[in-house]
Write a protein that binds this ligand. Structure first.
Ligand code: CP
Length: 310
């Protein structure tokens, strides 16, 4: 595949292939596809997990990272994203991993004179394919399949690229997706996918309870002013009482960063049912599989998307 931009570019088989490959890496398989190649990670929004696990994945594949800090880059002088990526390609980078606040930022780059692969590390409120794929890996490791699984996604759906990516791909893989959180976050886009339920019902019925952070940085001043952490936690937060409602093998997931005491209680973050740190661990192996796939340039459904943008 040339680029990784959105979950919609993947066939179900592509997802299974990436999950299988990531599990092989986790089991110790090595690959030197990146030897003598340079990677650049262009993060225009903050990140801890995604950026550092791409860095580790790149090093595991034999690549060297050329450091890039958005705040000290020439984008602060008005250089466009296109010129920035064209520049790093000219300098010798073989892959650009990009997180950007603009939805579908990659449309500025496609069909132009950029030949290195682009990996979307999160576009605005759009998509987060690497998080989604590592989530699929984590669910697959636990349940061995997706068909018929009941998945509850609770939280700030509208602003969450993870919610967009995961609701889409899980439905396509045969899971039944339901939602929880503020009514105002349950927009028609999500209503088309599955029902809105109380958090107690979601905890009792779901195989996976997937929590999302309230994205205060994307809320308006008024929304932030009227937000009460205590009220939110009482109505939608997962505490041990709600954990006790869950089935024995229910997974609690969260892309992190978590806001302890808001969507999740302190003692739930690392409880027996929590896979939060397992998700982060798996992220390195999934990102290795993704980088390998773009460096090998295999053709998949994403070529169609790419061509549509040309
Ligand atoms: N899950 C996630 O994207 O975390 P970061 O913002 O820390 O990369």
């Amino acid at each position: 595949m040339k680029n990784i931009l959105s979950m919609s570019q993947f066939s179900n088989q592509d997802v299974y292939d990436l999950v299988d490959r990531a599990i092989e890496f986790k089991e110790g398989k090595t690959c030197s596809v990146g030897a003598d190649k340079y990677a650049m990670n262009l993060f225009f929004e903050n990140s801890t997990r995604t950026k550092s696990s791409f860095q580790v994945a790149e090093m595991n594949l034999g690549m060297k990272e050329v450091a890039f800090e958005a705040g000290s880059s020439s984008t602060t002088k008005g250089e466009t994203l296109y010129d920035t990526v064209r520049t790093i390609e000219s300098i010798g980078a073989s892959v650009a991993v990009i997180r950007h606040p603009e939805d579908e930022f990659y449309n500025q780059l496609l069909g132009k004179n950029i030949n290195i692969p682009i990996i979307n590390a999160g576009d605005g409120t759009g998509q987060h394919p690497s998080q989604s794929l590592l989530d699929m890996m984590t669910i697959f490791e636990h349940f061995g399949q997706f068909e018929g699984l009941k998945i509850g996604i609770i939280g700030d759906l509208t602003h969450s690229r993870v919610a967009h990516s995961n609701a889409e791909i899980l439905t396509r893989l045969g899971a039944e997706v339901s939602f929880g959180g503020l009514d105002s976050w349950y927009t028609p886009e999500f209503a088309e996918i599955g029902p809105h339920m109380s958090v107690d019902d979601l905890c009792s019925e779901m195989d996976v309870v997937m929590l999302l952070r309230v994205q205060h940085e994307r809320l308006s001043e008024d929304e932030n002013k009227s937000f009460s952490k205590e009220d939110y936690f009482n109505e939608f937060g997962i505490d041990m009482r709600r954990v006790d409602l869950m089935k024995a093998d229910t997974m609690i997931m969260h892309p992190a960063p978590v806001n302890r005491g808001v969507e999740i209680a302190d003692d739930v973050v690392e409880c027996e049912k929590s896979f939060i740190f397992q998700q982060m661990h798996n992220g390195v192996f999934m990102r290795m599989a993704m980088i390998e796939a773009v460096l090998q340039g295999e053709n998949t459904a994403d070529e169609l998307i790419n061509n549509q943008h040309k």
